[in-house]
Design a protein. Structure first.
Length: 453
């Protein structure tokens, strides 16, 4: 894909965003830290004092092991053994390393849920072009329109030396996930007794490599997205098309749906914020997709700091294609023998609903992996200030790319005893990167032509 794919414009369009908030843009001497004591995208290179978090030495690049059909990514840490397990019985001793939601999860499922903690492996790695872009972004990127947009960035990680909560959030929203991807996955919303059916979904992404660049005509597009429900039969044929904008306040997310029963494409302006997520039975909101996605404008954002925390990481065993979905999905939660937890440093960000705004979640405490800006744990509070839901993302390094992405996102309802687990690909075809998708593949007309009837 070349820059001309999205096309230049001679005059700056209305998408040029006023810098009501202009942060970051560090000086050259500060940016030089990305080549010394910080990793190329801004994490601390050094380990912690007791060595339980090692130093970052480049992550998993080049490829350390093979991808095998029928198995998936071979676990580079398969010989590791758990250091210890955290359960309801000993959770109090680890309270400083667990979120309130993680602690509540252990209490609710005291007989069945545990965290198996393994040696910490700082596997996050990305292509050199991402590191080069982050170095440039450190001196050029800035928040715009009170933090609702970002400008002056290239490719990914606009704020590798973040100075605010919104800068951390934008690093997550814009993190590198390739240029174009076709992905296949399954999702389940089990009843408390464990009964469930699998929804199978295909989705396509085309990430705009010039998002935030006001000198290109699609500079306010973050990515193009299409989603198709494949099964079960009663849901098959539902299609969603999204143009995800950078600044969704100045230009709201554009979305369309195709319903096979109606055989027509129509605008879907409510695919945002706390509208129900696709086939989730109300167990997650639209902005729970990708742990958090969409506009940040309904919340006040506070950077709580950085801490050491037990988080899902390197979950290759969970992602192994030899696992069947029946091996993973259990009453109340996924099989605790499969996810791997490690001690890592995370950015803690708190989002609090603004006065006069509406959302199912009044407060969200978010924990972002410092090495990838992947959002890995989220505690959700309802409008009674009660802890309601825990979100966890089970990531791996897709080391043949390389990049960090999820192999399962879960939202656990701590009150009802139900949950949704999505983005499982154990029984699905392998994701495809660099697919050659173009913006013309993401138009309402193309959606109509391609939709199942």
């Amino acid at each position: 894909m070349t820059k001309t794919t999205f096309g230049k414009v001679a005059v700056l369009s209305s998408l040029v965003l006023a810098s009501a908030v202009a942060q970051a843009r560090v000086d050259a001497s500060t940016a030089a830290r990305l080549q010394s004591d910080l990793t190329p995208i801004g994490a601390e290179r050094a380990g912690n004092l007791d060595g339980s978090i090692p130093a970052w030495d480049g992550g998993l690049s080049p490829t350390p092991a093979a991808y095998e059909e029928g198995r998936g990514y071979v676990d580079p840490y398969a010989d590791d053994r758990p250091l210890y397990s955290v359960s309801a019985a000993n959770a109090e001793g680890f309270s400083d390393r667990l979120s309130p939601g993680q602690q509540a999860m252990l209490r609710r499922y005291s007989a069945t849920w545990k965290l198996q903690v393994y040696p910490s492996r700082r596997s996050a790695s990305f292509p050199q072009k991402v590191y080069d872009a982050a170095f440039s972004n450190a001196q050029s990127a800035e928040l715009t329109d009170n933090g609702n947009g970002v400008a002056g960035m290239k490719i990914a990680v606009p704020f590798p030396i973040p100075q605010s909560a919104l800068e951390v959030l934008w690093n997550h929203l814009t993190r590198y996930r390739g240029e174009s991807v076709k992905r296949y996955y399954a999702q389940a919303t089990p009843q408390p007794d464990g009964n469930y059916f699998m929804t199978r979904i295909e989705d396509y992404f085309l990430f705009n490599q010039w998002a935030g660049d006001s000198a290109v005509d699609n500079g306010n597009v973050l990515f193009y997205f299409r989603q198709s429900v494949v099964a079960p039969t009663r849901l098959a044929g539902m299609e969603l098309l999204v143009h995800e904008t950078v600044n969704q306040v100045s230009e709201p997310r554009m979305s369309w749906i195709y319903a096979s029963g109606q055989r027509r494409v129509r605008r879907a302006p409510n695919v945002a914020y706390d509208s129900p997520g696709t086939a989730s039975d109300g167990m997650r909101t639209t902005d729970n997709f990708d742990m958090f996605s969409g506009a940040p404008d309904r919340y006040d954002w506070e950077l709580m700091g950085k801490k050491e925390m037990l988080i899902p990481y390197n979950s290759y065993r969970l992602a192994d294609k030899r696992n069947r979905y029946a091996d993973i999905v259990q009453p109340g939660h996924i099989n605790p023998e499969l996810p791997r937890y490690e001690l890592h440093r995370v950015w803690h960000v708190r989002a609090t609903l603004k006065a006069g705004q509406r959302h199912l979640y009044k407060q969200r405490d978010m924990y972002f992996d410092e090495d990838s800006y992947q959002l890995v744990v989220v505690d959700h509070y309802d409008n009674r200030d009660q802890l309601w839901r825990l979100g966890e993302s089970y990531t791996i390094n897709l080391y043949d790319q390389p990049l960090v992405w999820t192999k399962g996102d879960a939202v656990y309802d701590l009150l009802s005893g139900r949950y949704v687990i999505g983005l499982l690909s154990n029984e699905e075809p392998r994701e495809q990167f660099d697919t050659g998708l173009q913006p013309s593949d993401f138009t309402p007309a193309q959606l109509r032509r391609d939709s199942r009837r």
